[in-house]
Design a protein around this ligand. Structure first.
Ligand code: BES
Ligand code: MN
Ligand code: ZN
Length: 498
């Protein structure tokens, strides 16, 4: 599937299907108006007859309009201006693409008039359209015996006027890179725990280093993790027969002496809870407990593909959390890479244990900012549901940049407080801190734990427990927060250039 920006009169475009938008009360957008004029009022006729009124999310397929070259014209309703949002637009485009893909359409042309705004709006709209189209066509079939039916759609054309084409082309390239990053994150997330192990994630990182000249990779194995003093990460990995890995990827797009940005991902390839075993129902979904890792790897890939002029380090703490005769027990005390000791009161609070050592490790590279991403707490789902990523930070300006990036990219976060008052919930009689803080404010106390390992650096934590995957019939990884993170890095790259 490829994307292309096209110019020209909408009614004369050579394509299998042209999509134009109609607003509330049957108001025609400029492209819809052009089709209507060319077809001597065919659109007004269906609207006047009451067959289509432009309500948000409705569609109507018309065929062989006279004066229109495309055989199919698909009207999509975009409703009132006050009814529109990025999320709704994305859902609408996804459903249009999924529908059209089932018809005999090889080339689809979207004439959604995103060119009517400012340059920055053209960039954003075009990019978001590309991302939505790609997301709609993703199919998981890796562990099915037969491959999924190949998508029928081969080309998606986006109609822009000539002045907007340059912005559109840039948006298209960025959109494809981000969409690829999202697809990678979804694929890694969807793979079952018996395939996507810490070693599998390490091999994925090595493949990235082979693919891009600007990328290098280093993998620390179980022995190195232990001997270097990453006692917390080691303690989680040791309950499993499959050993842990610390995966370090470096992208050098900036000057050699320039401080890097750092991303850290939770890569628990399966979370049984360990000795503090989880209940049975829906435990299969704990294969998604490496979605933080998936999202930093997807972001890394997008950044390398876009050749952003920055340096980026990505660290994945990968382990399988299992109960066994070698597993940690409640009450065990471990020494972290930072030297601080932790009493493991609950072996199911393992994410913070693997992350704390990765966070300490990454600071040797003197990063400008560190952002960790993790499916860290069930409490985050209770607080924010399945819409917003939870964001906590020791630096409000970094938090604001990430919130803005999420807003722009249609991948939003919401900040929770990281006040000192919450820290006492982690008090332990037997170590410097406990790994759990009780039921109240579980997302905040998890971040408080991490904050003890990031005192000397600008740091933000993204809890994606509620947004990383969908449950139920549409069960599957979402690729969230690849768009937010990539946008943040696009923004820092742009500020640097300016
Ligand atoms: N991976 C889970 C968090 C999680 C649970 C994410 C359900 C998405 C859906 C994490 O390792 C965990 O088990 N956290 C515990 C922490 C508790 C023991 C303090 C939790 O949230 O229950
Ligand atoms: Mn857990
Ligand atoms: Zn977990």
């Amino acid at each position: 599937m490829d994307f292309e920006i096209v110019n020209g009169s909408v009614e004369l475009l050579v394509t299998d299907c042209i999509v134009v938008a109609v607003a509330d009360a049957g108001k025609l957008t400029p492209s819809a108006q052009a089709i209507d004029t060319a077809s001597a009022g065919a659109l007004k006729e269906v609207i006047d007859a009451g067959d289509f009124d432009g309500s948000h999310g409705t569609t109507l397929l018309l065929r062989n309009l006279s004066g229109v070259t495309a055989k199919r014209t698909l009207l999509v309703g975009i409703g009132k201006e006050s009814d529109r949002s990025v999320a709704k637009q994305q859902t609408l485009i996804k459903s249009v693409v999924a529908t059209v893909n089932k018809m005999g359409v090889k080339t689809l042309t979207l004439a959604l008039d995103q060119s009517s705004g400012k340059d920055s709006d053209i960039y954003r709209d075009t990019r978001l359209i590309v991302e939505a189209c790609s997301a709609a066509l993703y199919q998981y079939d890796t562990t099915k015996s037969k491959p999924a039916t190949p998508t029928k759609l081969e080309h998606i054309h986006l109609l822009l006027d000539e002045e907007s084409t340059e912005y559109g082309e840039g948006a298209l390239l960025d959109g494809v890179a981000i969409a690829n990053g999202v697809a990678t994150a979804r694929e890694l997330g969807n793979l079952p725990g018996n395939i996507c192990t810490p070693i599998y994630l390490a091999d994925h990182a090595k493949a990235l280093a082979d693919e891009f000249d600007s990328v290098s990779c280093e993998i620390l194995d179980e022995k190195q993790i232990e001997s270097m003093g990453m006692g917390a990460l080691y303690s989680v990995g040791k309950g499993s027969d499959i050993p842990p890995r610390l995966i370090v990827l470096k992208y050098e797009g900036g000057e050699a002496n320039e401080a890097p940005y750092a991303l850290v991902g939770k890569g628990i390839t399966f979370d049984t809870g360990g000795i503090s075993l989880k209940p049975g129902p829906e435990m299969d979904e704990m294969k998604f407990d490496m979605c933080g890792a998936a999202s930093v790897l997807g972001t890394f890939e997008a950044v390398a593909e876009m050749r952003l002029p920055i340096n980026l380090i990505t660290v994945v703490a990968a382990a399988e959390n299992m109960p066994s005769g070698r597993a940690s027990k409640p009450g065990d005390v471990v020494t972290t890479l930072s030297g601080q000791t932790v009493e493991i009161l609950n072996t199911d609070a393992e994410g913070r244990l693997v992350l704390c050592d990765a966070l300490t490790y990454v600071q040797q590279f003197k990063p400008q900012a560190v952002i960790d991403v993790a499916t860290l707490t069930g409490a985050c789902i209770i607080a924010l549901g399945h819409q917003a990523t939870g964001l906590l930070a020791n630096d409000d300006s970094l938090a604001a940049q990430l919130l803005d990036a999420g807003e722009f990219a249609g991948d939003r976060g919401w900040q929770l407080p990281l006040w000192d008052e919450y820290q006492t919930q982690l008090d332990s009689n037997f170590a410097d801190m406990a790994n759990i803080g009780g039921r109240p404010a579980g997302t905040i106390t998890a971040a408080c734990f991490l904050s003890r390992f990031t005192k000397d650096v600008s740091w933000a934590h993204l809890d994606i427990a509620g947004v990383a995957w969908n449950s139920g019939k549409a069960k599957g990884a979402t690729g969230r927060c690849v768009p937010m993170l990539t946008q943040y890095l696009l923004d820092v790259a742009e500020q640097k250039e300016a």
